[in-house]
Design a protein around this ligand. Structure first.
Ligand SMILES: *[C@@H]1O[C@H](CO)[C@@H](O)[C@H](O)[C@H]1NC(C)=O
Ligand SMILES: *[C@@H]1O[C@H](CO)[C@@H](O)[C@H](O)[C@H]1NC(C)=O
Ligand SMILES: *[C@@H]1O[C@H](CO)[C@@H](O)[C@H](O)[C@H]1NC(C)=O
Length: 170
């Protein structure tokens, strides 16, 4: 037992010096450690964040991503000339997905504000599933916009961070 304790504390010291122990603990549970650290550290609250503050950072990043993608898709829809085309249908479906994702993340914010964390990880999961649905729609289309694909990946990655932190708070 003693050895395990020493070992795990040594492991904490061996990690990237620039990453807090909390960020390290969160990011090692995600599928892409580098993405997680880079994303969280794009916000200057992260170095001093406790789990609660870090949850805000993660949900804020996810929110910004989801709204940014939703607005981007709306622009593409405005530009799309052929409203009966397959590509147009994909965009409409993706726009619905991203509206739902934004609304799920907004509800997550409310959970955070009220300090009831019961639905946080579920809501982050909903947003992630929306990004996945958009990806599933698009991958069959030759005309599918590669920017959306990157954005789907970003949102899924950010939602995964939200889920891990939500579980810490619960
Ligand atoms: C992990 O994230 C980094 C930084 O965003 C990215 O460059 C890399 O391609 C990602 N790796 C995988 C396997 O997706
Ligand atoms: C979405 O998140 C990724 C990864 O953190 C970031 O590189 C990208 O700029 C974000 N996009 C928006 C619109 O916020
Ligand atoms: C929409 O079309 C305009 C004019 O062709 C173009 O400048 C703009 O980049 C397009 N927007 C998107 C999101 O593709």
């Amino acid at each position: 037992m003693f050895i395990i304790l020493i070992h795990s504390s040594l492991c904490a010291c061996n990690n990237n010096n620039n990453v807090t122990e909390l960020v390290d603990r969160v990011c090692e549970k995600t599928s892409n450690y580098t993405f997680c650290v880079e994303s969280l550290y794009s916000d200057n609250h992260t170095p001093n964040a406790d789990p609660y503050a870090l949850a805000y950072v993660a949900f804020r990043l996810a929110y910004r991503n989801a709204t940014g993608t939703r607005d981007y898709i709306a622009k593409l829809l405005n530009n799309a000339s052929c409203s009966s085309c397959h590509y147009h249908k994909i965009l409409v479906r993706c726009e619905d997905d991203y509206k739902e994702a934004v609304s799920a993340i907004e509800k997550g914010y409310k959970d955070l504000n009220s300090q009831t964390y019961l639905e946080l990880d579920y809501l982050a999961g909903v947003a992630s599933d929306d990004a996945e649905d958009c990806h599933e729609q698009g991958k069959t289309s030759y005309y599918y916009n590669s920017m959306i694909e990157f954005m789907n990946k970003d949102l899924k990655g950010l939602c995964q961070i939200c889920v891990v932190i939500s579980k810490l708070l619960a």
